[in-house]
Design a protein around this ligand. Structure first.
Ligand SMILES: [Fe+2]
Ligand SMILES: [Fe+2]
Length: 167
């Protein structure tokens, strides 16, 4: 490690850096799990009504994959190591496939829940890195914005189903 590094990369900031790496690793897993579940949920649903949700999730997959890569790259820049799949533990229980593949509301609610968890975790990272690691701070604010857009879109879908008495 360069002895001239300052800020978050400085030698005496190893402990703080480790805390940021742990937060980023949790974020990385959330994105990877989202990619898995959005793939499944963009393929499984049946019916005319499902097509809008399928198209939207298909677009999100690319974006969530990009987030995973951003988090991985930042872990590396902070002298961390991106974990392999042995360390993975699933947590998105509400995004598992529904019993009936026409149950689109189940998928919509699952997406809203996953996006909400991501938003809460990223708000925590933004708070922690404020004034400590401006680069991570800036990066996570952008990702947070993406997740807020995703959640808002799916809240709109849910509102439509609720208005029709289907949710
Ligand atoms: Fe994401
Ligand atoms: Fe998202």
């Amino acid at each position: 490690m360069a002895t001239t590094a300052t800020g978050i990369l400085a030698e005496d900031r190893a402990e703080t850096r480790q805390q940021v790496i742990e937060l980023l690793t949790a974020a990385y897993w959330m994105e990877v799990e989202t990619v898995m579940n959005y793939i499944a949920n963009s393929v499984n649903p049946d019916g005319v009504r499902a097509q809008e949700i399928i198209e939207s999730l298909k677009e999100d997959i690319t974006e969530e994959l990009g987030h995973a890569q951003l988090f991985a790259t930042r872990i590396k820049e902070l002298y961390g190591v991106v974990p392999g799949s042995d360390d993975f533990t699933a947590s998105q229980h509400s995004l598992q496939p529904p019993e009936r593949q026409t149950d689109i509301v189940h998928v919509i609610r699952g997406v809203i829940e996953a996006e909400t968890s991501a938003i809460e975790h990223y708000e925590k990272i933004v708070e922690f890195t404020e004034g400590v690691d401006p680069v991570t701070n800036d990066m996570v604010i952008d990702v947070l914005h993406d997740e807020q857009k995703h959640r808002r879109l799916f809240e709109g879908f849910l509102r439509e189903y609720e208005a029709e008495g289907r949710a």
